[in-house]
Design a protein around this ligand. Structure first.
Ligand SMILES: [Zn+2]
Length: 304
């Protein structure tokens, strides 16, 4: 390979790395979709990226999140095994590519993409990650949600199945929606909660804020019960107790860092003070994840 080809190769690798969310698998051909029956014609699908929910009505299907574009064919095959009915709506819980990458291919299948309106704006404009500085380019028109809402709660109904969508202001991002299927007692949280028992990123450069993440988890505890099947953005199926445990971690992280912010500490000073050291031992995958989480919570207080 000559020098120019090598340089082009390196540039292409860099570009790809910048566009790819952290957990993107190296080889999609090895990924298998696992379907979990949640009862009342409602299913959780695990593959690569955020968890997916399928709710089957009498004449069509409501879907929540669509993983990566590369997962479209595998997800479609798994859904066809559940029901031959068409997917009518795909709801986005937030704009990140591991949840919205499937928008384009599912939209081309005739599916209507539904989301809080900031998702449309973020996907159309492209985004920059606050921690890494990595840029995600603007997405093509057919990957954008076409049926959007601004705030509060809205319903979507397909063949007797009702999804209740609620927007949480400034939480994991500025466009989060959680989805509740009351007839199946199933809650899709998106990334305001995870069941990996690890910190979940707070995308403060794109409207994310620990205060909103706390509000969302408090809201969940206000209406779910011991029997609710909680489908997290990432990780296995969860229960109310997992949400309570996660909220306790959030509250501790918030309170400790708020104290340092109130004392006028800079980001570097807060990092050096290691205010979450005991939590990090349980909740951080590694040292970088520990530092990043402290930065995300700190920057939640600096967001204007
Ligand atoms: Zn996310």
């Amino acid at each position: 390979m000559n020098k120019l080809a090598l340089a082009l190769c390196a540039a292409a690798t860099l570009l790809f790395a910048a566009a790819a969310p952290a957990q993107m698998p190296a080889d999609f051909s090895k990924v298998e979709v696992r379907t979990i029956d949640l009862g009342n014609k409602t299913y959780m699908l695990e593959g690569a990226g955020g968890n997916v929910i399928i709710a089957v009505g009498s004449d069509g299907i409501i879907m929540v999140d669509g993983q990566y574009a590369q997962m479209h064919d595998k997800l479609k095959a798994a859904i066809e095994k559940i029901s031959p009915l068409p997917i009518k709506y795909l709801i986005n819980t937030h704009f990140h590519g591991d949840h919205t990458g499937g928008n384009g291919p599912f939209h081309r299948d005739g599916v209507t993409i539904v989301a809080q309106d900031n998702i449309r704006v973020r996907l159309a404009a492209g985004t920059t990650n606050g921690i890494t500085g990595n840029k995600t380019p603007p997405q093509p028109a057919d990957a954008l949600p076409t049926d959007t809402y601004i705030g509060g709660t809205r319903g979507i109904e397909v063949g007797g199945r009702k999804a209740l969508l609620t927007h949480v202001h400034n939480a994991h991002t500025d466009g989060d929606t959680y989805v509740y299927f009351a007839d199946a007692n199933v809650l899709a949280t998106g990334d305001v909660f995870n069941n990996r028992k690890r910190y979940q990123s707070i995308d403060y450069a794109n409207g994310g804020d620990v205060h909103g993440v706390i509000r969302a988890n408090r809201a969940f505890l206000g209406f779910i019960n011991e029997d609710t099947k909680v489908v997290p953005g990432h990780g296995g199926l969860a229960k109310k107790a997992d949400v309570a445990n996660y909220l306790a971690m959030l509250n501790t992280a918030h309170d400790r860092i708020e104290k340092l912010v109130d004392e006028g500490k800079t980001e570097a000073e807060v990092l050096a003070a290691r205010p979450l050291a005991d939590l990090d031992a349980t909740w951080a995958d590694n040292e970088k994840a520990a530092q990043d989480y402290t930065r995300m919570v700190y920057n939640s207080f600096k967001r204007s």
